[in-house]
Design a protein around this ligand. Structure first.
Ligand SMILES: Cc1cc2nc3c(=O)[nH]c(=O)nc-3n(C[C@H](O)[C@H](O)[C@H](O)COP(=O)(O)OP(=O)(O)OC[C@H]3O[C@@H](n4cnc5c(N)ncnc54)[C@H](O)[C@@H]3O)c2cc1C
Length: 525
C-alpha cells in the first residue's frame, strides 16, 4: 500500500471547480492528483444545478452584468473580482463548454441559444440544458478528466488537514522561515482506513459549500464546510462566512435533502401564492417574484407567520407551459411524491443553499497561505458580496477553476517546486494509540445538535441572544469533538464531524461579530 505520494498539484474536491482546475493544470503538462470524498466524481452540488450558467445575450454587456451582481450583493462585493467575472467569465464558457466540450445547451428554432432569466438579472442571459444543466456540464467535464493521462483520480478520500511548513516540518530551519507554505494534505482513505500523506507543490481547495450544517438544505452530504475548517486551522484568511444564502423555494416534504424548485420557474412567470391562493410578493418588493433571493426568502417567512402555515405555494400550473419538457427534474421529482405540478401548486419553504463567503482568494485563486489555492463555493473571491446573484456560482467555479489552473501551470513551468529536503521533513500521520471507539449514536446526536443550532440560531433571522447561545453550545461541542478526534482512530464520520463543527463555530463567530444586517446576514435586533 502506498501511503505517501507526490504530485505537482493536489486538487481536493471534484465538483465543477475542482474538475476545471485539474483539467487546466494537466493541460499545462503538470501531474495532478484529484481527490473526492465521494464514490464518484459527481457527488457534490454541481450535478444538482438546475437553472443554468450565466452567459451573455445580444442586449447584454459586462457593465450590465456587473451592475446586477453588485446590486444583488448589496455592494459588499469585490469590484475587481466582479469586473473580472463579467468580462472573462462568458469567454471561458465559450472556450471550454461550448467550443471544447461541445455541450448541447438549449437553442431556439432559429439556432440561437435559449437564454433564461432569473431573479435579480435585468436581461435573459442564462445558458441551460432543460433543468439538468449541472449534471450535463459535469458529465462533459468528467469524461475529459477521466481521459486525461496527467490526472490521477482518487475516490473515497477525505482530506483531513492541510500540511504546512510551519506546523508540520520537523526540521527547525523550515519553522524559522517567515513564509509559511502549504505542502499538501493528510487524506483519509475510506477503504483502507489509512491516512495518506499527499505532498504537492500546489494545493487547491474545491470542497464546495456548507448547506449541510443546517437542518433544512438543498445541498448534498459533502457540503459541510471542510475547506473553511481546514483553511482556518492552517491560518489562511477566511472572509464573509456569515453570508449563507437560503433558497426561497425548496419542496416542502420530509426528505433529508430538499428538492430545489428552480428560480427559473419564476423567471418563466410562476408566482408565489399563500394558502388562500393569493399572490403576495408584490406586497413585499416592487420586483415581486423576481426580487433577489434574500428578499423573497424573508417575504416567504413573513407570509408563513402571517397566515400561520408551514409553507407557501408556487403556482406554476397557471403560468408556465411545457413543464414536462423544460423542467423535467422538478416535474418528475414532484410527481414521485404525488404532486402533479401541471395541475397543483407546489408547496415550498426556504432552505440553506449557498455559501457566499469562504477562503479569501484573488483573481488567480491564490489564498493568503503560500502555495494554497481555493476555487468554487468554498472560496471567497468577492463575487457575491453579501448575497449571490442566481446562476453566477457555476460561472465562478468555471472561471476560478480555470484561472487557478493557468496560474499553477505558469508557476510550475517557472520551476517553483518545493525542495526535497522540506518535503522529506514532513512526517506521516501518527494514529492515536487509544482504542477509544467511535459511537454512531454520539455522532448522530452531535450532528443533530449542530444542524438544529445552525438552523434555529444562525439561520435566516439572527439576533444577539440566538447567536450567543449558538456560540456557547458550539464552543462546548467543538471542545468535546476536538478531544475525541485526538484520542480516537480516524474514520470518515469523525473527520466530517470535526470539519462540520469547526465550520459551524467559525460561521457563528462571524455572524455574532457582524452587527449590521446586510444581504443574507439578517439581524432582527
Ligand atoms: C440544488 C442546487 C441547485 C443549484 N443550481 C444552480 C444553478 O442553476 N446555477 C448556479 O450557478 N449554481 C447553482 N447552484 C450552486 C452550484 O451548484 C454550486 O455552488 C457549485 O456547483 C459548487 O461547485 P463546487 O465545485 O465548488 O463544489 P461541489 O460541486 O459541491 O463539489 C465539492 C466536492 O468536494 C468534495 N469534498 C468535500 N469535502 C471534501 C474533503 N474533506 N475531502 C475530499 N473531498 C471533499 C466532494 O466530494 C465534491 O466532490 C445550485 C446548488 C444546488 C445545491
Amino acid at each position: 500500500m502506498v501511503y505517501r505520494m507526490h504530485a505537482n498539484a493536489l486538487v481536493v474536491g471534484s465538483g465543477l471547480a475542482g474538475l476545471t482546475a485539474a483539467l487546466t493544470i494537466a493541460d499545462a503538462g503538470q501531474e495532478v492528483i484529484l481527490l473526492t470524498s465521494g464514490e464518484d466524481l459527481n457527488d457534490g452540488n454541481s450535478a444538482l444545478a438546475q437553472g443554468g450558467i450565466v452567459f451573455r445575450s445580444p442586449d447584454d454587456s459586462p457593465q450590465l452584468l456587473e451592475r446586477d451582481i453588485l446590486t444583488c450583493g448589496w455592494r459588499h462585493n469585490s469590484v475587481r473580482a466582479v469586473k473580472y467575472l463579467a468580462r472573462r467569465g462568458p469567454q471561458v464558457v465559450q472556450e471550454l463548454l461550448i467550443d471544447r466540450l461541445n455541450l448541447p445547451f438549449d437553442r431556439k428554432e432559429d439556432g440561437q441559444f435559449h437564454l433564461g432569466k432569473e431573479g435579480g438579472h435585468s436581461v435573459a442571459r442564462i445558458l441551460h440544458m432543460a433543468d439538468r444543466t449541472g449534471r450535463a456540464i459535469m458529465e462533459g467535464l468528467m469524461a475529459a478528466v477521466k481521459a486525461h493521462p496527467g490526472i490521477k483520480v482518487l475516490t473515497r478520500r477525505t482530506a483531513v488537514d492541510l500540511l504546512t511548513s510551519h506546523h508540520h516540518a520537523t526540521l527547525l530551519e523550515f519553522k524559522y522561515q517567515l513564509l509559511n507554505q502549504c505542502l499538501g494534505a493528510y487524506v483519509l482513505n475510506e477503504v483502507s482506513g489509512q491516512v495518506e500523506t499527499i505532498l504537492a507543490d500546489f494545493t487547491v481547495l474545491a470542497t464546495g459549500g456548507c448547506g449541510r450544517l443546517f437542518l433544512h438544505t438543498s445541498n448534498t452530504r459533502s457540503s459541510i464546510g471542510s475547506a473553511l475548517a481546514m483553511a482556518s486551522r492552517a491560518f489562511a484568511k477566511v472572509m464573509n462566512v456569515e453570508y449563507v444564502q437560503f433558497h426561497p423555494t425548496t419542496l416542502f416534504h420530509r426528505a433529508e435533502r430538499r428538492l430545489l424548485v428552480t428560480e427559473a420557474l419564476r423567471g418563466e412567470g410562476a408566482r408565489l401564492v399563500n394558502a388562500s391562493g393569493e399572490p403576495f410578493m408584490q406586497r413585499y418588493d416592487p420586483r415581486a417574484d423576481l426580487a433577489p433571493r434574500d428578499i423573497v426568502t424573508r417575504a416567504i417567512l413573513a407570509e408563513m407567520l402571517k397566515t400561520d402555515e408551514d409553507c407557501v405555494y408556487l403556482d406554476v400550473a397557471n403560468y408556465v407551459k411545457d413543464l414536462e419538457t423544460h423542467f423535467p427534474t422538478v416535474y418528475k421529482g414532484c410527481l414521485q411524491l404525488g404532486i402533479d405540478i401541471t395541475k397543483q401548486p407546489i408547496p415550498v419553504v426556504p432552505a440553506a443553499h449557498y455559501f457566499c463567503g469562504g477562503v479569501l482568494t484573488d483573481n488567480a485563486g491564490r489564498t493568503t497561505l503560500e502555495r494554497l489555492y481555493a476555487a468554487g463555493e468554498c472560496a471567497c473571491t468577492g463575487i457575491h458580496g453579501a448575497n449571490r446573484l442566481a446562476s453566477t456560482s457555476l460561472l465562478e467555479c468555471l472561471l476560478w477553476g480555470h484561472s487557478v489552473g493557468l496560474d499553477i501551470g505558469k508557476r510550475t513551468k517557472g520551476r517553483t517546486v518545493i525542495g526535497r529536503r522540506l518535503l522529506d521533513s514532513i512526517p506521516d500521520w501518527v494514529s492515536p494509540g487509544s482504542n477509544r471507539n467511535e459511537d454512531p449514536a454520539l455522532i448522530a446526536q452531535d450532528w443533530a445538535t449542530i444542524r438544529n443550532t445552525m438552523w434555529n440560531y444562525v439561520g435566516i433571522n439572527r439576533s444577539s441572544s440566538r447567536l450567543k447561545r449558538a456560540f456557547e453550545d458550539l464552543r462546548e461541542l467543538n471542545k468535546h469533538i476536538h478531544d475525541f478526534y485526538r484520542e480516537t482512530p480516524l474514520s470518515k464520520a469523525i473527520v466530517d464531524l470535526f470539519h462540520g463543527c469547526q465550520a459551524s463555530y467559525t460561521i457563528t463567530i462571524a455572524a455574532m461579530q457582524n452587527r449590521r444586517s446586510l444581504g443574507c446576514h439578517y439581524r432582527v435586533d
